[in-house]
Design a protein around this ligand. Sequence first.
Ligand code: ATP
Ligand code: MG
Length: 281
Amino acid sequence: MSSKPAEEFNYDLMSIVVHDLKAPIASVKGFIDMLEHLGPLNERQLQFVERAMKGLERMEQLVADLLDLSRLDSGAAIEMKPCNLAQLIYETVEMYEATAAEHNITIDVYIPSLPPINANTPLLQRAISNLIGNAIKYNRDGGIVAIQARKEADFVMIDVKDTGHGIAPEDIDHIFERFFRAKRPDKKQISGTGLGLAIAAAVIERHGGQIWAESTLDEGSIFHFTLPCMAEIETDNRNQSSQSDTHRPHREAGGEVSDSVDDDLQESDESSDSDSRYDEV
Ligand SMILES: Nc1ncnc2c1ncn2[C@@H]1O[C@H](COP(=O)(O)OP(=O)(O)OP(=O)(O)O)[C@@H](O)[C@H]1O
Ligand SMILES: [Mg+2]
């Protein structure tokens, strides 16, 4: 009888659970959608429909998160390809422009010419997305998210900075732990499961990089991560990567969307955080 390592077994199990949950979630969503077409709903009914939908969206996100984590834990091979990091960051920022605009948050991006990196694009986008999502979610209305990337020795360093309420010194060592959520001094409830940073850390580490955070209460936080450069193909792709030598300030919501990122990890398809998750509950 063949015995699999526990992590591999967990991943197999999670894949089955996620697969089996997808159909009922889709069907409940369909029925909730249909409720709105039955006739005009009163305000209270509409509120319930909205809450049920948000709950389902969170459930979908949670199962996707757990699947990604168990996949990363399992050590299963992850397909890596040369990736234009600047383009990936801009595409991810675009996903958040509407949410940021709702809260009057400006997203500033500064990315000079970067060498290509070797990445699993959907997973890396998930990590970047979780950091940008947090920088908006934990920001204050009218705040700023500043994203910078630069080449250091043989790696690329990316910073995601916000002007939010910051993270208490006693919490900062725990934020990358699974399910950890810091208590907010203003007692405001912000929805989330505490998996976003754990996923980001697992993804960055799987790419041979490092991730860490610094924060000052009431001023904001800055998350840094590094990714090794693909030194050997840097010269060949110089023309391509230099196209991203720009400083792009925040663009209005609804701006044009550039080519979509590679789709070499099916499970991460729905990885983009749904806007509804940023609503305070
Ligand atoms: N930019 C930030 N500013 C302030 N606190 C932050 C920031 N990013 C993360 N945190 C704190 O770290 C905790 C963990 O973040 P993480 O992204 O893992 O989970 P989450 O945002 O709570 O939920 P989700 O799984 O939906 O991402 C958050 O609950 C929050 O307390
Ligand atoms: Mg988060």
